[in-house]
Design a protein. Structure first.
Lengths: 314, 227
């Protein structure tokens, strides 16, 4: 083989080597199915916790985000405003710069709906006049849905002579969002702590593996293996542990979501919401799997760095 | 090939392994080292294979000053020195083929080349038909020959053997020594530690005798007088 051929075939051999080491370390894990599965399961459970919480929180912020963008202003008109006047006011308000749409819910329509839903149909029949006011549901333009802008608009509406009560109920959505942000921060802290746990689990497993293969390492060093060569199978083992742990975490979270889907759909129905629990999206799965594989790799790197150099042939 | 210049090795705790060794072994020589247990035979070989470092003097092997060789370069030095041990040091969870292939795998050769070279080495030691066997199923003499095939598979210019016939009967020992002579004839420098005086004096090669860590006799330098 000429030197040129040799140079050309080097990357090929390098890839061949890596593929071979990756597969043989995978084979070793499959060989010790039970103990490998236990290690991967521990990693999986540790990672499933923050991932699951993250999914729940992003669902929560989807819901509350939906509430916020739907932030509309309820303008209850004075009792003495007739339907005609209310219609005219709605038309005027539609011309307003900050207003997207205005929906009139007439006092008659409101009464009918109330009768239908409240179950007090008979009691309401007894009333000789409709106690409900006309209501204008005002949807601000997208750029004016922030609490401040919507608040300003509500203030403006309050000054209308026809206005009785103006309601802008965003405060509790804001509070919920603030709590969600705290919870998200807590998930980040939890994820950091559990990632450290994963590093330690993988590190410890690799340390035991190194001890078990001490003789092999000695002999290989004797024959002229570099530290990189000896390190490689252990790094791949750590990588596989992490990756399979990630898959187990994915499975656990997906399973929990399936179990929660039914009850949550029922709850959503009670709130007359079409909310559907979103499961893990692709980007979260990719981040989960690459992070877990990386954690496995780093964990084994730490163990290998500490313990491999201590083994020298004699 | 090998040059020891006032080399000594003192172990932590005060035990002296070697003291003030001056020695020169030329390329393509076949040399025996003998002496009582603990006389320093293994220590001498370990210094050449850099399993240990000398505590005094200079060791040169194949034009390389081992005293100054950085730790990270040790693997590359060991690839040029084939080592054979009394206890074979084979990997028992791998086949004979994989054991012999190990030095080539470590140096990053391609599969085709590895297959060819491993079979050539196994053929030389007469174990080509055993390439798929597990080492544990082989006899002691066969296991030693696997160890020898592993030591020579990458064609190193220098081969060290530490009591290679220590566990073998005289007939098998003689066979192994014949094998070494064959390698020597094709230009390999061999350094063999053995306390089997009858066997090594029958080989008609240079013999170094160590006594308490010092070189007490060199058959090349003085008139042959082996006792």
């Amino acid at each position: 083989m000429s030197l040129k051929d040799r140079m050309l075939s080097l990357p090929g051999i390098w890839l061949q080597r890596h593929a071979q080491v990756a597969l043989s370390s995978l084979g070793r894990l499959v060989g010790n199915r039970f103990s490998s599965l236990m290690t991967c399961a521990v990693i999986g459970i540790a990672l499933a916790l923050p991932v699951g919480l993250h999914v729940m929180l992003s669902n929560l912020s989807t819901i509350s985000g939906g509430w916020e963008s739907g932030a509309s202003i309820s303008l209850f008109l004075n009792q003495n405003i007739t339907n005609k006047k209310a219609l005219a006011l709605a038309e005027t308000l539609r011309q307003h710069n900050h207003i997207e749409s205005v929906e009139l819910i007439s006092r008659d329509a409101a009464l009918k709906e109330f009768q239908r839903l409240s179950g007090y149909a008979d009691a309401l029949q007894a009333l000789n006049s409709n106690p409900l006011p006309n209501l204008l549901v005002i949807q601000p333009k997208a750029t004016y849905t922030t609490a401040q802008a919507a608040g300003k608009l509500a203030q403006e509406l309050r000054l209308l002579p026809e206005a009785d009560i103006v309601q802008l109920d965003l405060q509790w959505v804001r509070r919920l969002q603030a709590i969600t942000v705290i919870a998200q921060r807590a998930v980040v802290v939890l994820a950091a702590l559990l990632s450290m746990a994963v590093l330690l689990i993988v590190g410890n497993t690799i340390r035991l593996e190194i001890q078990n293969r001490r003789t092999e390492i000695e002999i290989t060093k004797l024959i002229g293996a570099t530290n990189a060569f000896i390190r490689r199978p252990f790094l791949y083992t750590g990588f596989w542990y992490g990756l399979f742990g990630g898959f187990i975490a994915w499975f656990l979270v997906a399973l929990s979501l399936i179990l929660l889907r039914g009850p949550i759909a029922r709850l959503a129905q009670l709130y007359q919401s079409a909310f559907d629990l979103t499961s893990l999206d692709l980007s979260t799965v990719i981040v989960l799997l690459s992070a877990s594989a990386l954690l496995g790799l780093i964990g084994s790197w730490l163990a290998v760095g500490r313990h491999l150099s201590a083994i020298e042939p004699s | 090939m090998i040059h020891f210049d006032h080399v000594s090795k003192r172990y932590p705790g005060g035990h002296t392994g070697l003291s003030n060794i001056n020695l020169r072994i030329e390329a393509e020589e076949m040399v025996f080292i003998t002496g009582h247990s603990g006389a320093g035979k293994s220590t001498l070989l370990k210094l050449i294979g850099l399993l240990e470092r000398s505590t005094g003097g200079q060791v040169h092997v194949n034009g390389r000053n081992l005293t100054r060789l950085k730790n990270r370069l040790i693997p590359y030095h060991r690839r040029e020195v084939g080592m054979i041990f009394q206890d074979h040091r084979l990997l028992h969870d791998r086949t004979v083929f994989d054991n012999v292939a190990l030095p080539l795998v470590v140096s990053g050769l391609g599969y085709k080349e590895i297959g060819r070279k491993v079979r050539a080495a196994l053929d030389k030691v007469g174990l080509l038909h055993k390439e798929k066997s597990a080492p544990i199923t082989l006899s002691g003499g066969e296991q030693q020959r696997v160890g020898i095939a592993r030591a020579v598979v990458s064609k190193p210019p220098l081969v060290l053997a530490d009591e290679p016939t220590g566990n073998l009967d005289p007939a098998l020992s003689k066979e192994i020594m014949e094998l070494f002579s064959q390698f020597n004839r094709v230009g390999v420098t061999l350094l063999i530690a053995s306390h089997d005086l009858a066997l090594i004096s029958s080989m008609d090669k240079r013999i170094l005798t160590l006594t308490n860590g010092a070189l007490s006799h060199d058959s090349k330098v003085e008139i042959r007088d082996v006792t």
